[in-house]
Design a protein around this ligand. Structure first.
Ligand code: PLP
Length: 379
């Protein structure tokens, strides 16, 4: 079976965990490996502050706490996303306003943001689907005009760029995920990227159970005390050690995935030219990280058949999000603004193909061959 994902273990993950345990004698959070991860991200992504979190979900929750979401505040996002994008704000009492996506990228259609803005709107949350950037120029200029925060859900966008700047560094705050299914992993993990300077100090406090322990460790205060609301959002050094080994190999991992992505694209292009399937679209000003390779079929029925055809041939392919507005919780906590022209219909056509570091070219060739064979049978 060619599985959809293989958790990444590439380098010195185990050595570094050993070092954390046996040499550093430090396995709780914010030790040497966490500091190395922070510095690596701050240097690489050119951002003023990066903080590891226990998950991408927690990075989003930390963001919602930082912008002081209150009951009844409204947050604008696409419905085609993971539950955590919405839940982070729902937990604070927000009402979610979903807008439609663009079919080409599956990202929020920035032209639909303004019609969803009311005097309760507090933030816009662009989700960079498949590691391909949303239209950040437009989103940031609307946010400026209406005085809204921009929280990027860049869970899938680590190492991707928009106009030569890294995703996660373009809004007030950016949220990364280092879950096992993402490009870089610590098993479970994430990071908050702080671009708006006013959140720098408070982010540390909220992440450290509402205390100024980070300032205490730096010698800036002589005791640490309760300063603010907060929770425990810092991962253990064991997770940070695992992650750091992968960050050191980030370029290699990225190049490997991009070359797999390009091979899929090249082999499946003829099917797109015959109008049998559609392939992902990468806007000119975007550089993507090959987080995902998906194709779109003509219909839900065709997708179901294709997934089972691939399964019969030992290939695991999967569909993705059920639009949040159509779910049980969605009906309770959210409202879809405007027409659902593409969210539901496009999500029903999308199939994700196996994609992971080290996926073999001959496996990609086999998968493409089976997809082509499927369409030969259809027509
Ligand atoms: C993975 C993901 C998350 C959640 O990240 P976790 O680290 O699993 O909590 C949030 N949003 C999107 C778009 C994701 O893909």
């Amino acid at each position: 079976m060619i599985t959809f994902n293989v958790p990444l273990h590439i380098n010195k993950e185990i050595d570094y965990i050993k070092e954390a345990v046996e040499e550093n004698n430090k396995i709780s959070g914010d030790g040497p490996f966490t500091k190395k991860c922070h510095k690596w991200m701050e240097d690489k992504f050119n951002c003023s502050k990066a903080l590891l979190t226990t998950s991408g979900t927690h990075a989003l929750e930390l963001a919602a706490l930082l912008i002081d979401i209150q009951k009844g505040d409204e947050v604008i996002m696409p419905s085609y996303t993971f539950t955590s994008t919405a839940n982070a704000f729902v937990l604070r009492g927000a009402i979610i306003k979903f807008i439609d996506i663009e079919p080409e990228t599956m990202n929020m259609d920035a032209d639909l943001i303004e019609q969803a803005i009311t005097n309760k709107t507090k933030a816009i949350v662009p989700v960079h689907y498949a590691g391909v950037s949303c239209d950040m120029n437009k989103i940031n200029s609307i946010a400026d005009e209406y005085d809204l925060y921009v929280i990027e859900d860049a869970a899938q966008g680590v190492m991707s760029k928009y106009n030569d700047e890294y995703l996660g560094t373009l809004g007030d705050l950016g949220c990364y995920s280092f879950h096992e299914t993402k490009n870089y992993s610590s098993g479970e993990g994430g990071a908050l990227i702080i671009n708006n300077e006013k959140f720098k100090e408070r982010a540390e406090i909220i992440r450290e159970k509402g205390t100024n322990r980070s300032q205490f460790f730096r010698g800036q205060v002589d005791k640490y005390t309760w300063q603010d609301h907060g929770s425990s959002y810092l991962p253990s050094e064991i997770n940070a050690a695992y992650l750091y080994a992968q960050l050191e190999k980030a370029e290699e991992i990225n190049n490997n995935r991009v070359s797999s992505w390009n091979l899929y694209y090249k082999l499946l292009k003829p099917l797109e030219e015959k109008n049998m399937i559609s392939l992902p679209y990468i806007p000119d000003n975007c550089e993507h990280n090959a987080h995902m390779f998906y194709i779109k079929t003509e219909s839900l029925e065709e997708r179901t058949k294709l997934i089972s055809y691939l399964k019969e041939n030992d290939i695991q392919s999967v569909f993705h999000y059920i639009p949040l507005h159509s779910t049980k919780a969605g009906k309770k906590f959210s409202e879809f603004v405007g027409e659902d022209k593409f969210t539901t219909s496009e999500s029903e056509k999308l199939v994700r193909l196996p994609m992971y570091y080290g996926l073999k070219d001959r496996d990609i060739e086999y998968i493409a061959e089976k997809i082509i064979e499927f369409y030969d049978g259809v027509n």
